[in-house]
Write a protein that binds this ligand. Structure first.
Ligand code: 5AD
Length: 374
């Protein structure tokens, strides 16, 4: 039995009455508190390479754009990991475009070194890589993998993700494979990508639930002028087009919390970009429990332009850390310590993986967080 019906999800996605939505956000906040507590986990994001072989119609890193690219050295990545420890973060997220110049054995050695030298959990977000590479990195100590499926609608997916030769892109299967390899798995979508209807976004949220994701990232689509979907004549879903507004993101985050009560949900930088004042806090008050501060070194940050105008891009890691901690405390929440995964593992880098009990309410017995429709 799904925790919310398709009609309930759709109803809430279309709801625009602030008083009604306040009840949705309050319910999501309560479910968040019950299942994952008041800790906000800080994940240090290191954007290790801006090279990408893909042509995604929304993304500023698409390989059709000619722009200066970078790939961080082993020492730069290790320095980033050490700074994550110094700042008190429990996890480092290594993200890049789909860059096969990041050679699997080379990265595996970097991962092993991070695991030997630090207590960090490692999350990878490196696109669609080969099974043997994903296995190698898992064995080298990577704990989690983020791969947004971007949309559950096959036609929209195909329209905005040009194929690379004969390669089949099936991110849902890849997520299942990652789970079988023992990774915690994360996925997500952008709210308001051109062509996205309310029906599609409702089905995205249902797919989060059926995949039983450990992490779900949702941010607004932000138009990049040098991409096909940033063009003024980009096709939309007309009257049924989901807007890329803050409210829309908050509704999607809240509903995701209701259907995935134990998942780690970031209040995303993209959300902070559309509301620099208190977008981050609104995310945390609508079901999110994670921040992902950027630790990428200054010269590279400007070059990792997935979308323009990224919030806090000029803040150094120390300033950012201070600011985020103050925001967390202002809401009466606490900063999480340790890796902050969905499960406590017995040994984080020995295979096979034995999943121990979740940290809060056992999953099978979790009460269904039903929302009473107004
Ligand atoms: N606006 C917002 N988010 C974007 N992403 C990529 N391009 C954009 C954009 N223009 C998101 C995608 C990707 C993640 C790393 O960044 O969802 O999975």
């Amino acid at each position: 039995m799904p925790r919310l019906t398709h009609e309930e999800i759709l109803h809430w996605l279309r709801e625009s009455d602030p008083a009604a939505l306040a009840t949705l956000f309050a319910r999501a906040d309560e479910v968040r508190r019950t299942h994952v507590g008041d800790d906000i986990h800080l994940r240090g994001l290191i954007e290790i390479s801006s090279y990408c072989v893909r042509q995604c119609h929304y993304c500023g890193l698409r390989s059709a754009r000619s722009m200066p690219r970078y790939r961080m050295s082993r020492e730069e990545i290790l320095a980033g990991a050490r700074s994550a420890v110094d700042l008190g973060f429990g996890t480092v997220v290594l993200q890049s475009g789909e860059d096969f110049g990041i050679e699997a054995a080379w990265l595996a050695e970097v991962l092993r070194t991070i695991k030997q030298e630090t207590p960090l959990a490692i999350t990878l977000s490196l696109g669609e890589r080969h099974s043997d590479e994903l296995r190698l990195w898992r064995e080298a100590g990577a704990d989690r993998y983020l791969l947004r499926f971007e949309t559950s609608d096959p036609a929209l997916y195909a329209a905005i993700h040009p194929r690379r030769g004969s390669a089949v892109s099936d991110r849902v299967s890849l997520l299942r494979e990652l789970r079988d390899l023992g990774y915690e798995i994360g996925s997500g979508v952008m709210a308001g990508i051109p062509g996205q209807t309310y029906e599609m976004l409702a089905r995205d949220i249902e797919l989060f639930e059926s995949l039983d994701l450990d992490m779900v990232g949702i941010g607004p689509f932000l138009s990049h002028p040098d991409t096909p979907l940033g063009a003024p004549n980009a096709p939309t879903a007309g009257a049924d087009q989901v807007p890329s507004s803050e409210w829309m993101v908050l509704k999607a985050v809240a509903l995701t919390r209701l259907v995935c009560p134990e998942a780690n949900l970031p209040s995303t930088t993209a959300l902070a970009t559309i509301n620099t004042l208190d977008g981050r806090e609104h995310g945390l008050q609508s079901g999110a429990n994670v921040f992902m501060p950027v630790l990428t070194p200054a010269p590279y940050r400007q070059m990792y332009q997935i979308y323009p105008g990224k919030a806090c891009i000029d803040e150094d890691a120390t300033q950012c850390n201070t600011c985020l901690r103050a925001r967390i405390e202002s809401l009466g929440r606490t900063v999480g310590t340790g890796p902050g995964g969905r499960f406590t593992r017995t040994a984080s880098h020995s295979l096979p993986i034995l999943r121990s009990q979740p940290r809060f309410i056992p999953r099978k017995n979790s009460p269904s967080p039903l929302v009473v429709l107004p």
